[in-house]
Design a protein around this ligand. Structure first.
Ligand code: URA
Length: 487
């Protein structure tokens, strides 16, 4: 019996060298005992250990596909993996097409192990959660993460994180090895790492993100648990919300249906048109049509993009023509589309309350949207909000630019990412630009905050209250800035 003792958990090069030497000596698989550090192999007790000198003696060729399969399977935590690989290698000398025989038990086991490795690696990419290391004064930000893979996949998967998070220093620690990146070198260790002790506000961000993307109407618990198995939950901040979200899903679906958007009455469009024409005609006759009213009238007939085909009407901005403060939302919702006024629906209520709490009089500010037509999809009689695409936002910037040109506000507040995109041409996560004055053209100051509808969509009451408080604090900052500019 030949005993092969691999160091640590045994890596591919080590196994390959040992297997080559065994093949060169014509040692049959049943005569080999494979041991690795993780199965308790003791390097000093190896009897009849394979001699490294014999390694180069083995001249043989194996299919490439076997080598890449072996590279993956060596990372499996099954202690039998080395034996299986050597058995397959041995058999391949006689059975060149062995790997195509999917009914063969060795091949089936190989395939299943490769699948396990791929799945584990996929889970690591999806479920690693970085936390910032506090108080370290370095140029690059430093993050740590703890993950518990089933297999030794850290080395195989680390390249993904290196490409993705290249501009920060990070360490991913796991009981099956660790990977660290410092901007220049990716270091991999196979030794079990210790769990780092770190917690930061990104936990709340993950939770907020998760509650936003959680759609109770699409909930399929089995599929969800198969995609995000429970064993990963303990290292994922957002997982703490899952039980409550599942428990409340049915109620939320019922609430959504109750709040369902309605179909505009067939006569609505004609009513709006008649109203608009009479008002404008009267002003025109009196010679009092303001610059803003002229733009509004042009916008009423806008066909710059396809959104006008399905909306009831253009919802133009409203407020004093010389307002020093302008708020820009995303697009009109169902109620705004029917009423022809911005922010009069549920998001408008959140907006109004927050504006009032900040000491701002809505009647004294200009309120508009990045996109002036309601984009939606029909579900039966309901019209469900759809986010405008970048092209639609770009078309509508024409009107926003005219509003800015006429109103000339000193401060513009972008409510959410679509407004930010419309105002700057840049797509950015709100968290990156929120809460700081951003200078724009002509001395205008841009402030960025969340969209009130995003607050409405948060199902968890505590998180919703927190998000609302931050929104109100942002508007209080706007108020202070406004006062300071008055001086
Ligand atoms: N959401 C917006 O962005 N604007 C509105 O007018 C209403 C809801």
């Amino acid at each position: 019996m030949r005993q092969v003792v691999l160091e640590g958990r045994g890596d591919f090069a080590e196994w390959r060298d040992a297997a080559r030497a065994l093949l060169a000596d014509r040692v049959a698989p049943r005569d080999v005992m494979w041991q690795s550090g993780e199965t308790g192999g003791d390097l000093f007790s190896a009897i009849g250990e394979v001699s490294r000198e014999t390694v180069d003696a083995a001249a043989f060729s194996v299919p490439k596909v076997f080598l890449s399969a072996a590279e993956a399977v060596v990372c499996h935590s099954d202690p039998e993996r080395f034996e299986l690989l050597y058995r397959l290698l041995w058999r391949l000398a006689e059975e060149r097409r062995l790997l195509e025989v999917t009914s063969d038990p060795d091949v089936a086991q190989l395939r299943s192990m490769i699948k396990n490795i791929r799945r584990d690696s996929h889970k690591m990419k999806a479920f690693v959660r970085f936390r910032e290391v506090p108080g370290v004064q370095v140029e690059r930000r430093r993050f740590v993460a703890w993950f518990e893979p089933d297999h030794f996949i850290v080395g195989r998967t680390a390249g993904f994180f290196q490409r993705r998070f290249t501009d920060m220093d990070w360490l991913i620690a796991t009981p099956k090895g660790a990977a660290a990146w410092d901007g220049e070198t990716l270091q991999i260790s196979n030794a079990p790492a210790e769990r780092p002790d770190a917690e930061d506000e990104t936990d709340v961000l993950w939770q907020t993100y998760f509650t936003h993307i959680f759609n109770p109407a699409r909930l399929k618990i089995r599929a969800m648990q198969s995609e995000m198995p429970k064993k990963y939950w303990k290292n994922m901040p957002e997982a703490a919300l899952i039980p409550d979200l599942i428990a409340g899903a049915e109620r939320r679906v019922a609430e959504m249906a109750a709040r369902a958007a309605s179909q505009p009455p067939a006569f609505h469009e004609r009513l709006q048109e008649a109203w608009r024409t009479r008002e404008d005609e009267a002003a025109e006759a009196a010679g009092t049509l303001s610059a803003l009213a002229v733009v509004r009238r042009e916008a009423a007939g806008c066909t710059r993009c396809a959104l006008h085909c399905h909306a009831t009407q253009t919802v133009f901005g409203e407020g004093p023509e010389q307002a020093d403060l302008m708020f820009v939302g995303e697009q009109p919702g169902d109620m705004e589309d029917l009423a022809g006024r911005p922010f009069v629906g549920p998001a408008g209520r959140i907006f109004d309350e927050a504006v009032m709490a900040a000491g701002i009089d809505r009647g004294q500010v200009y309120v508009t949207n990045a996109v002036k037509h309601f984009k939606h999809e029909r579900r039966g009689k309901r019209r469900l909000h759809m986010r405008p695409e970048a092209g639609e936002v770009a078309h509508c910037r024409w009107w926003l630019a005219k509003e800015l040109e006429v109103v000339k506000p000193k401060i513009v507040v972008a409510l959410g990412a679509t407004a930010y995109l419309a105002l700057t041409g840049e797509a950015k996560p709100i968290a990156e630009v929120r809460g700081m004055p951003i200078p724009m053209q002509d001395g205008v100051i841009l402030m960025v905050t969340t969209h009130p509808a995003a607050i409405l969509r948060i199902p968890d009451e505590a998180l919703k209250a927190k998000s609302l408080a931050v929104f109100r604090a942002d508007l209080a900052d706007v108020f202070r800035l406004r006062i300071s500019l008055e001086d």
